[in-house]
Design a protein around this ligand. Structure first.
Ligand SMILES: Nc1nc2c(c(=O)[nH]1)N[C@@H](CN(C=O)c1ccc(C(=O)N[C@@H](CCC(=O)O)C(=O)O)cc1)CN2
Ligand SMILES: NCC(=O)N[C@@H]1O[C@H](COP(=O)([O-])[O-])[C@@H](O)[C@H]1O
Length: 245
């Protein structure tokens, strides 16, 4: 009799899970629960990219995936509303840097990053997605998340091409470079998060050409539509990698 290990967190019986995946699709039973791949999303703003992930959950674009928590460093981030209004609602959390430092005299930005990591690790995610998270994550976060027993991948959506316009305000800086005649295109990418900001391995890259005399908001609109696609693609790509391990 095969020993079943019941994993409460994933509401599945691993042996069934192994059975399920080793079975030819034709005879897989729809009644056998397969553990959902858990995602934690970090945001700071409107959350349109979070919305793209919410909408993609359990569709062919992002099968068998569940956003278990949305964490913001800004209380007013509309992405928190998007999460709360999702069906089913997605749990949210909020922790801003300045209030944390003010209410914890002597604590540092590293301590803040450790707190962020603890909130994330409590979810036992398979993946962390930075979707407009406007805070540089230091060793306090990266050391914890990358050195736990099972290192958790962290990916980031950045509105520029690899090696170009790293950091904040990338869209505006690329647009200015275009107006000066320095570039004819920019783009967006999903990349792995490393300590050096926006220097992690690119996973999905899409070029977006500029159009002469096009206003910034029109370029941004075209770029955001690409972002909504590649954030889902990048998330699925890494979840599939994790599953293959
Ligand atoms: N260690 C890493 N942390 C983060 C990465 C990364 O690649 N490695 N990506 C960024 C996202 N990002 C660009 O894609 C980015 C966001 C914010 C900043 C920045 O300068 N933030 C300032 C505060 C700005 C503000 O509050 O408006 C800061 O953190 O002091 C740069 C790049 C996410 N983190
Ligand atoms: N450097 C990080 C960065 O600039 N990220 C950018 O923040 C926006 C978030 O939009 P959203 O809140 O609507 O998803 C996106 O354009 C994303 O590329």
């Amino acid at each position: 009799m095969e020993a079943y290990i019941y994993d409460k967190r994933r509401y599945s019986i691993w042996s069934f899970d192994l059975y399920y995946h080793s079975c030819p699709a034709a005879i897989r039973s729809p009644f056998i629960m397969v553990p959902k791949r858990r995602i934690v999303v970090l945001i700071s703003g409107s959350g349109t990219n979070l919305q793209a992930l919410i909408d993609a959950q359990n569709t062919p674009a992002l099968p068998n995936a569940k956003i278990s928590l949305v964490l913001s460093n800004r209380k007013a981030a509309y992405g928190l509303t998007r999460a709360a209004q999702a069906n089913p609602p997605i749990r949210t959390a909020y922790l801003a840097l300045q209030p944390f430092l003010k209410t914890n005299p002597g604590k540092t930005r590293t301590d803040y990053d450790v707190e962020i990591a603890k909130i994330v690790l409590k979810e036992q995610p398979d993946l962390v997605v930075l979707a407009g998270w406007m805070h540089i994550l230091g060793d306090g976060f990266l050391d914890l998340v990358y050195t736990v027993k099972r290192s958790i991948p962290v990916i980031n959506l950045h509105p520029a091409l690899p090696g170009e316009f790293n950091g904040a305000s990338a869209i505006e800086r690329a647009y200015e470079a275009f107006k000066k005649g320095e570039i004819t295109r920019s783009g967006a990418m999903v990349h792995r998060v490393v300590k050096d900001v926006d220097r992690g391995e690119p996973l999905i890259v899409r070029e977006v050409p500029f159009v002469q005399n096009e206003p910034l908001d029109a370029y941004e609109e075209r770029l955001h539509k690409i972002e909504w696609e590649i954030i889902v693609m990048g998330t699925k790509k890494v979840l599939d990698e994790v599953e293959a391990i």
